[in-house]
Design a protein around this ligand. Structure first.
Ligand code: F6P
Length: 345
C-alpha cells in the first residue's frame, strides 16, 4: 500500500504495555512500510482539540519497559461534546490521517466503533488491566496487575498471620472480577468476591468461622472494587461519575472489613491496592502481547482491514469486528470461579 499517515491515541485508564504498542506501531509502520505515524494527546481529547505530535523512531526509543503512556490519556467522551464527532473528523482530515489506531478499553473502543460506523478508518487495540473486553482472551496490563496484586497478597499473608487478623484486600475490577480471581487463586485467598456474584455476608462469615475453628488464626479476603452484597445492605460507591457514566468506585474493602470484624469478632484490616496495580513496568508477558498487538494493528492498517480490533485467540493474534469487542463486557466464567471457591473457608 502507498505510504499512509496513521494516527494513534491511548484512552481510558492507563495500563502497563501501552508504550510497547506505540513503539511497535512506530517501528514497523516507519521502518517496514514507510508510513508516517501521528500521536494524538490524551485520548479522544487529542483529535477533539487538534493536539498531536509526529511520532518517530527516535522519540519512541527506550519506552518498551516503561509503564504509563507517552501520549497521555483521558476519559474524554467525544459524544458528550456538542459536535464532538465532527471535530474529530475535521482534525483527522486536517492531519491527512488515513487510518486511526485507538488503544483502549470498552469506552475508548466504544467511541471507535461508533466513529468506524460513521465511515472513519479504524483499527482498535484492546487495553485494560481489568481484562473485561470481549473477543480477546487477554488484554495487556492484566498480567502485570495480577502479579502486583499477588505480591501484595503474599506480603499481607505474613502480617495477617503474625497478628491473627483477617485482611481484606480490595483490587480493581469494575464490571468483572478477573484480577480478583487470578490474584486470589495465585495468592491463596480464603475468600474471593467479584462483581459477577453478589455476595451473602452470612456465607462469608460462616466460611471464616469454619476456617478459624479448624485451627487457622488469620484469613485473606480478596474483593474486587465492583463487588457488592446481594441485599445491597452496604454503601459501596460515591456519587461521582465519569464522562462515560461510570461511578467512581472504592469503598467496598473498608465497608466489608468493618462488617466482618463486627460479625466474626476477629480483628480485621483493609488494604486498598488502587492505582498501584496500574503503575510501573509491564511484565514480560504484557510486553510481548502489547508488541504483538502493535505489529498486528499496523499490519491491518496497511492492508486496509478497517473496523477491526486485534485480539488474542489461544496463541494467535486475530482480527475481530470492533462492534463485537464492545458489545458486552467479558465476565468471569463459573468454572474459573469454582477453582477459587474450592479454597474458601
Ligand atoms: O481502567 C480500568 C480501571 O483501572 C478500573 O479497574 C477502575 O475502576 C478504574 O480504571 C479507575 O479509574 P480512575 O483511574 O479514573 O480512577
Amino acid at each position: 500500500m502507498a505510504a499512509m499517515r496513521v494516527g494513534m491515541l491511548t484512552g481510558g485508564g492507563d495500563c502497563p504495555g501501552l508504550n510497547a504498542v506505540i513503539r511497535a506501531v512506530v517501528r514497523k509502520g516507519i521502518d517496514h512500510y514507510g508510513h508516517a505515524i501521528v500521536g494524538f494527546r490524551d485520548g479522544w481529547s487529542g483529535p477533539l482539540n487538534g493536539v498531536s505530535q509526529e511520532l518517530t523512531i527516535e522519540n519512541t526509543r527506550g519506552i518498551l519497559h516503561r509503564g504509563g503512556t507517552i501520549l497521555g490519556t483521558s476519559r474524554t467522551n467525544p459524544f458528550k461534546e456538542s459536535g464532538g464527532a465532527e471535530k474529530i473528523k475535521e482534525t483527522l482530515e486536517a492531519n491527512r490521517i488515513d487510518c486511526l489506531i485507538p488503544i483502549g478499553g470498552e469506552d475508548t473502543l466504544g467511541v471507535a466503533s461508533k466513529l468506524s460506523k460513521d465511515g472513519l478508518n479504524i483499527v482498535g487495540v484492546p487495553k485494560t488491566i481489568d481484562n473485561d473486553l470481549s473477543g480477546t482472551d487477554y488484554t495487556f496490563g492484566f498480567d502485570t496487575a495480577v502479579n502486583i496484586a499477588t505480591e501484595a497478597i503474599d506480603r499481607l499473608h505474613t502480617t495477617a498471620e503474625s497478628h491473627n487478623r483477617i485482611i481484606v484486600v480490595e483490587v480493581m475490577g469494575r464490571h468483572a472480577g478477573w484480577i480478583a480471581v487470578h490474584s486470589g487463586i495465585a495468592g491463596g485467598a480464603d475468600i474471593v468476591l467479584i462483581p459477577e456474584r453478589p455476595f451473602q455476608l452470612d456465607e462469608i462469615v460462616n466460611h471464616l468461622k469454619h476456617r478459624h475453628a479448624r485451627g487457622r488464626s488469620f484469613s485473606i479476603v480478596v474483593v474486587a472494587e465492583g463487588a457488592s452484597p446481594a441485599k445491597g445492605e452496604m454503601e459501596t460507591q460515591t456519587d461521582e461519575v465519569d464522562a462515560f457514566g461510570h461511578a467512581r468506585l472504592g469503598g467496598i474493602g473498608n465497608a466489608l472489613a468493618h462488617e466482618l470484624e463486627k460479625r466474626t469478632g476477629f480483628e480485621t484490616r483493609a488494604t486498598i491496592l488502587g492505582h498501584i496495580q496500574r503503575g510501573g513496568t509491564p511484565t514480560a508477558f504484557d510486553r510481548v502481547l502489547a508488541t504483538r498487538f502493535g505489529i498486528a494493528a499496523i499490519d491491518a492498517a496497511n492492508d486496509g482491514k478497517f473496523g477491526k480490533m486485534v485480539a488474542l485467540k489461544g496463541t494467535n493474534i486475530d482480527l475481530i469486528d470492533l462492534e463485537e469487542a464492545v458489545a458486552k463486557p467479558k465476565t468471569v466464567d463459573d468454572d474459573l470461579y469454582a477453582v477459587a471457591e474450592a479454597f474458601f473457608g
